[in-house]
Design a protein around this ligand. Structure first.
Ligand SMILES: Cc1ncc(COP(=O)(O)O)c(C=O)c1O
Length: 369
């Protein structure tokens, strides 16, 4: 069986050869793997049986909150950005208690919000982007009405890595007294470690009520490790479900049985790397990002935007979609993004300078095929 599993595993792409350039996940840190193995049977869905793991979860949430400049925040390690975004809108909707609720989203919002709106019966209202592909606050303002239960901004959009003007959205939220959720699933573990300029996106901004930040992306924890952080403990009241036969009286997450191993892996990698460790990783990823974007520009490709985070998006005059298909045939896993007609590369920690050099070389050859 093991031999068969190993053979089947060979069908999957691997991170080691640096050819995966389209994933927002990466190879977990070695300590994250070890910690994961120690907690394989720990279930935070029944936290009363696992008080040790529950303590680790509190510590992880505390560290994420501190990183995001929050005080007395609460939250959970969840299955990923989708569940984290779900919990934020669920709480906002339940708190507002409005008939026919609506949420204002950037046109560039992650597709998870489409599932979430469908599940929660919230109408998504999309606000347009400005010329830098960030949501236009004036258009957001026009979308707000008495049925709006929340507005959402993205700090590190999945496709281009741009950061919405969260500061302006925060002012708007305060004026219109509406919940502001920040989807920093990707950017939450990048932006705090950038050199200036550092876009503002976290609890420093008064109206930010909730932030999604996923350790299983740039945090190098083992999947499934998403994170939802709420500014105010009260948010959890709107998510509370009684658990009649378990050892804890309530659950607050959407998912019931939850991986304690993912929590332990996050705790361990936070402890092993510390803030300085993450800063180094982000510095390296950004250096390779700049190397790639310069190389692309020099080779005549059009950059969609100057990268803010470790995502590069570019176009080819000779046909971008066709080029993306050819790159796949050459074994390079890149994304093609129809919305912007661009190829998108995410420079995750498994992508090294030598991979970027090899990619640029192959790209120039492939372009001529
Ligand atoms: C900005 C953003 N939000 C949410 C998600 C959803 O996260 P997950 O796939 O972990 O559910 C992603 C995934 O890439 C993302 O980039």
């Amino acid at each position: 069986m093991l031999a068969e599993l190993k053979r089947i595993r060979q069908l999957d792409a691997g991170y080691d050869d640096g050819k995966i350039l389209c994933s927002i996940c990466t190879k977990p840190h070695p300590i994250a793997r070890q910690a994961y193995m120690l907690f394989l049977d720990s279930n935070l869905g029944d936290a009363g049986l696992f008080p040790g793991t529950a303590q680790l979860e509190k510590e992880v949430i505390g560290e994420l909150a501190t990183l995001l400049h929050g005080e007395n925040c609460v939250g959970h390690v969840v299955s990923g950005g989708t569940e984290a975004n779900l919990m934020a809108l669920w709480a906002a909707r339940n708190m507002a208690q409005i008939d026919a609720p609506e949420v204002v989203l950037p046109e560039s919002a992650h597709f998870s919000f489409r599932k979430i709106c469908n599940l929660l019966n919230i109408k998504p209202v999309y606000a347009g982007l400005d010329s830098s592909f960030r949501v236009d606050p004036l258009l957001v303002e026009k979308c707000i009405n008495q049925r709006t239960v929340a507005i959402v901004g993205t700090a590190g959009a999945s496709e281009l890595g741009v950061v919405d003007p969260i500061e302006k959205l925060s002012r708007l939220s305060l004026e219109r007294r509406v919940w502001l959720h920040v989807d920093a699933a990707f950017g939450g573990l990048v932006i705090p470690f950038l050199h200036d300029p550092k876009p503002q996106f976290d609890f420093t901004l008064e109206a930010v009520e909730s932030v999604t930040v996923d350790p299983h992306k740039m945090g190098m924890a083992v999947i499934p490790a998403g994170g939802i952080i709420f500014r105010d403990r009260k948010a959890l009241e709107f998510l509370q479900t009684e658990t009649p036969y378990l050892n804890d009286q309530y659950q607050y997450t959407f998912v019931g049985t939850r991986s304690g191993a993912a929590v332990a892996s996050t705790w361990a990698v936070f402890r092993a790397l510390g803030m300085e460790g993450y800063r180094k990783i982000v510095r390296k990823c950004m250096k390779i990002t700049r190397f790639l974007s310069q190389g692309l520009a020099e080779a005549g490709f059009e950059l969609v935007v100057e990268p803010t985070l470790n995502i590069v998006a570019f176009r080819s005059k000779g046909g971008t979609k066709r080029l993306a298909e050819k790159l796949w045939q050459q074994g390079w896993f890149v994304s093609y993004v129809p919305r912007y007609d661009c190829i998108r590369i995410v420079v995750m920690p498994h992508v090294k300078k030598r991979h970027a050099v090899a990619f640029l070389k192959d790209l120039n050859l492939t372009e001529k095929l």
